[in-house]
Write a protein that binds this ligand. Structure first.
Ligand code: KG4
Ligand code: ZN
Length: 353
């Protein structure tokens, strides 16, 4: 089967072609079936949003509309396939920014109409989780069979969700953020240090030059349960930066120490809950996905703190892309029929896992 995966939930326009061997709708396919990533094209809108310090939904939607034809054409060309070779189009139907989702849905509906290709709407967050399970076996890859029950974590710019998975199909949500997502929190902290959007990767670079010398809170750390909160931490950090800058001490060294302190506080706020969940629920492994998994320090802390087998995405597949959408389709195909009526394709901005 040849699958085109399309991502437009936020500020990356992504299209990827995946080829499977065998029939991924078969019940046992996920266990032994293999797939090959034949292309992965991403048009980032970072420069468009940087001057606003965050993603502007209608600008994102317009850019998706402009980018989609070229991104899809490049992904098909790189994969060496024609649009008529496609067996399935998978698109991210949520969660995400409504205008951005609408742009993706509309484009997919007209492509499906023209080509008579079946379509599967998939959950963007399931795609992030699926990237954590990729096992690299040269050109053809497989899903790794993780050890269940497993703790699941999605740590991205829009979401922070802790899951308990009995299998890839059976899971429940243990907790999520009550306010900012973890990536959003890193981006806001980075902005306070005058780092451009998206600040997460730049904060990582700056933090590596400093030490976590400053004391910052770990919100909700002592509270029972697995709910998370990051907004108070950002406020405390804003006050700290303001205080240091008002006495003229915001030197390059101090900025690096501030970055290291803030990044550590954000990660530990989450790690405390993950550790507790892992112990209470007696999980055997940790499956993770989302843009923040591009952070080396975060991956190191996850391994060191939880002392569990860690299933994490290849670095280049941590942030939003079309491969994750095609992978989510592979997880769903044994359970769900693709849609044949393009007029009935929908989207859901608050689609929860
Ligand atoms: O998963 P993703 O690409 O988009 C959403 O679904 O939200 O995640 C984007 C988030 C941004 O907040 C970005 O700053 C963060 O992931 N991110 C990082 C790194 N690379 C991306 N955060 C920390 N360190 C990184 N290296
Ligand atoms: Zn994402």
């Amino acid at each position: 089967m040849i699958i085109l995966g399309i991502e437009t939930t936020c500020d990356e326009t992504g299209a990827a072609v995946l080829e499977t061997d065998g029939d991924p709708t078969a019940a046992q396919w996920l266990k032994n079936g293999r797939f090959r990533i034949r292309s992965n094209i991403i048009a980032s809108q970072e420069p468009l949003h940087a001057k606003y310090g965050g993603v502007v939904p209608i600008i994102a939607a317009r850019a998706h509309r402009e980018n989609l034809p070229g991104v899809i054409e490049r992904s098909l060309r790189q994969a060496g396939v024609q649009v008529s070779d496609l067996d399935l189009i998978a698109y991210a139907a949520g969660p995400g920014l409504p205008p951005a989702l609408l742009a993706g849905r509309d484009f997919v509906a007209s492509l499906a109409e023209q080509t008579k290709t079946p379509v599967l709407p998939v959950n963007h967050l399931l795609g992030h989780l699926a990237t954590g399970l990729i096992k690299n076996v040269k050109a053809w890859q497989q899903f790794r069979s993780a050890d269940f029950p497993a703790l699941g974590l999605i740590a991205s710019g829009g979401h922070t969700v802790i899951l308990l998975l009995q299998s890839l199909d059976v899971y429940k949500k243990l907790g999520e953020t009550l306010d900012d997502a973890i990536g959003e929190s890193l981006d806001k902290g980075a902005r306070l240090l005058d780092l451009a959007y998206p600040g997460g990767p730049k904060l990582e670079t700056l933090a590596a030059l400093g030490q976590p010398l400053f004391t910052l809170p770990r919100p909700l750390a002592a509270r029972r349960g697995y709910q998370l909160s990051f907004s108070g931490l950002k406020t405390a950090f804003a006050e700290l930066v303001e205080e240091i800058s008002s006495i003229g001490q915001l030197t390059p060294e101090t900025r690096a120490h501030l970055a290291a302190s803030f990044q550590k506080a954000v990660f530990e706020t989450l790690l405390v809950k993950l550790k507790r969940a892992a112990e209470t629920e007696r999980v055997c492994s940790l499956i993770v996905g989302g843009g923040v998994l591009a952070n080396h320090e975060f991956r190191r802390l996850l391994t060191r703190t939880l002392e569990l087998p860690l299933y994490a995405p290849p670095l280049r597949l941590a942030t939003d892309n079309g491969v994750q959408i095609a992978l989510a389709a592979l997880l769903r195909l044994p359970h769900e029929q693709p849609r044949r009526d393009p007029a009935k394709l929908d989207f859901n901005p608050i689609w929860s896992l």
